[in-house]
Design a protein around this ligand. Sequence first.
Ligand code: NDP
Length: 237
Amino acid sequence: MADFSGKTALILGGSRGIGAAIVRRFAQAEARVIFTYAGSAEAAKRLAAETGARAVQADSADRDALTAAIAAQGPIDMLVINAGTLAIGDPLTLDADAIDRMIDINVRAPYHAAVEAARRMPDGGRIIVIGSTNGDRIPFAGGAAYAMTKSAMQGMVRGLARDFGARGITVNSIQPGPTDSDMNPADGPMAEQMHSFMAVKRHIRPEEVAELTAYIAGPHAAMITGSMQTIDGGFAA
Ligand code: NDP
């Protein structure tokens, strides 16, 4: 297991699901962990008590609140941008405000967060976004706007890897496929359809995504940058 002692990790959107698994994994590796949340104050409080991490309320859709929360942490060695929302359905009837909020959280926030953290990030730091296999492939109707947000992350990752590479800072995306969480429960109504697209037909466990994230954040991944690390059971194969 990577040893993150002496390192500071900030996980954006850490109160539930994949983000909470990443908080647990980084805390186990002895990082000083801070995580943000928007609405799930009780879950955040429980996770903080369980892991020793610090919970900070900051809505990623509020750029000023987000960048202030990042700046307040001082130098961050590892930034994981996990906060994300999913609005899917018929584009002709989907609420335009919900789409714009998703774009704010899934696209605008990761860009501004990455840049803000990079201002103070020590050389050799890590910026990781949680993208999606849907950035590569969207094999069902109704996912255009969500896929658009996750494809946008890919361009950001490639570009920022170039911007920060001279400092040894790596920028990568982890691209999960269907992962068991409140957003996409393993026993939810879309599970069977999701599994039909996969080579290994089950939901991914949040802990499996956290493990890959820890590897990319660790010392052995110094030469992995500008990359998309897909963990999707073959969904996009
Ligand atoms: P969940 O809905 O289960 O959890 C989302 C987490 O993000 C919560 O901790 C939530 O905090 C936080 N969050 C959401 N909006 C905001 C916001 N505006 N500001 C701060 N925090 C916020 O989702 P998952 O764990 O499933 O998803 C995590 C990431 O993984 C997302 O980016 C998602 O797109 C991506 N992903 C998920 C897949 C899946 O199948 N589950 C597949 C591929 C990618 P709070 O409750 O406090 O608001």
